[in-house]
Design a protein around this ligand. Structure first.
Ligand code: NDP
Length: 385
């Protein structure tokens, strides 16, 4: 029986993962589940799947977790270090589904455990791509992409023909504001921004999808996951989210992976890999869908995509600064402290103000992340909404 751990078990990806595990009826031995503060969701899930450990990152919630788990046999722990300890316990398969750079240390801890890491937490690769991929190689761990685009590329990428890959084409739904003018984006509310037309996701990634920063982060993620140059990574807007991404080869062949927009498909792929498993996901009905549309992305109306592409091209610490500033700006937008268009402005200003040298260690990188957050945070204070 394979042991599994889910980091971020109460989130959108975490609950989809739990759904697959519960449907598999005892085929997996659940080692640990973690959350930030959702004690009720965590305790309920831990009891349902008979997890050995349940961990809340917010230590002030530990007494509540202990109470919720009393008599269940599930051990409770609290604090960011406890999340890392849970990640390091050596599960055969770990779902990394914490949102944001908060997931980086737990991802590194899971990599040290040496098992298979199903990576949804794209921010850790964007911020610390070199550090993460080096650790994967050194620890003999296996990194499998969960993000639907990267999972699609992984399924289409012929490793034996890596030098014959001419292009990787990431598809983007275009988000809820695909057709809006910049002017019409001014008054967008958090509720409108998180209402994604095709996918049901957590708040942060939904806003990233609305600004197209998500696609920019994915360009950087793809750069670290696949052996291609930055110029070989393309984005195409495909509003139906049926084709999840494509790989083009030197002979002109383009391989694509298609499926319903349901995260349980890529999650199941990583859970069963290198085999496949049944899922309850809706099958594609192409006759009903009727048509697939494509258009070039608009870098003027969606400046976050341009900023991310520039950060990818420049390399060094640019992606880490971009990512940190974006996390601060999105949190401020969700808290109604800044407007939608200010997300890109804050990221751009932070990149202009802060250009540190490339870090050599994880701690140096985390210090850069912290400084970029301070600078972006100061910029948020200047905004009047
Ligand atoms: P959610 O916001 O739905 O869930 C986030 C999870 O992380 C929750 O379990 C949350 O706990 C936990 N968490 C939040 N902050 C911390 C912290 N500081 N320390 C420890 N745990 C924390 O996010 P999603 O599931 O939407 O996304 C998770 C990751 O997967 C993101 O990186 C996202 O970009 C990526 N992803 C998501 C997709 C999706 O369809 N949702 C698709 C592709 C990638 P609590 O509930 O207690 O707050």
């Amino acid at each position: 029986m394979r042991s599994v751990t889910i980091l971020g078990a109460t989130g959108s990806v975490g609950t989809s993962t739990l759904d697959l595990i519960e449907r598999a009826g005892g085929a997996y031995d659940v080692l640990a589940l973690t959350a930030n503060c959702d004690v009720d969701g965590l305790a309920a899930a831990a009891k349902r799947v008979s997890a050995k450990f349940a961990v809340v990152a917010d230590e002030s919630r530990l007494p509540a977790l202990r109470e919720a788990l009393s008599g269940s046999g599930v051990k409770a722990a609290g604090g960011a270090d406890a999340v890392c300890e849970a990640a390091r316990m050596g599960a055969d398969w770990t779902m990394a589904a914490i949102v944001g750079t908060a997931g980086l240390k737990p991802v590194m801890a899971a990599i040290e455990g040496g098992g298979t890491i199903a990576l949804a937490n794209k921010e850790s690769l964007v911020s610390a791509g070199e550090v993460v991929t080096r650790a994967v190689a050194e620890c003999g761990a296996t990194l499998l992409p969960v993000d639907s685009e990267h999972n699609a590329i992984f399924q289409c990428f012929e490793s034996d023909n890596a030098d014959k890959v001419s292009r990787i084409i990431l598809t983007a739904s275009g988000g809820p504001f695909r057709e809006r003018t910049l002017d019409a984006m001014r008054g967008i509310t958090p509720e409108q921004a998180v209402a994604h037309p095709n996918w049901s996701m957590g708040a942060k990634i939904s806003v990233d999808s609305a600004t197209l920063m998500n696609k920019g982060l994915e360009l950087i993620e793809a750069f670290h996951l696949f052996p291609v140059a930055a110029e070989q990574l393309d984005v195409i807007v495909h509003r139906q989210s049926v084709i999840h991404s494509m790989v083009e080869y030197a002979d002109g062949s383009v391989l694509a992976q298609l499926g319903s927009p349901d995260m349980r498909v890529p999650i199941a792929y990583t859970l069963a890999w290198p085999q496949r498993m049944e899922t309850p996901c809706q099958r594609l009905d192409l006759a009903r869908i009727g048509r697939l549309d494509f258009e070039a992305p608009d870098y003027d109306r969606f400046p976050c995509l341009r900023l991310a592409r520039e950060a990818l091209t420049a390399g060094g610490t640019r992606p880490a600064v971009l990512n940190a500033a974006n996390e601060v700006a999105v949190a401020a937008f969700l808290a109604r402290r800044i407007g939608f268009l200010e997300i890109a402005a804050i990221v751009s200003d932070t990149l202009e103000r802060y250009d540190p040298a490339a870090p050599e260690t994880l701690d140096q990188l985390l210090a850069i992340d912290a400084e970029a957050r301070c600078i972006a945070g100061e910029r948020v204070k200047d905004c009047v909404i």
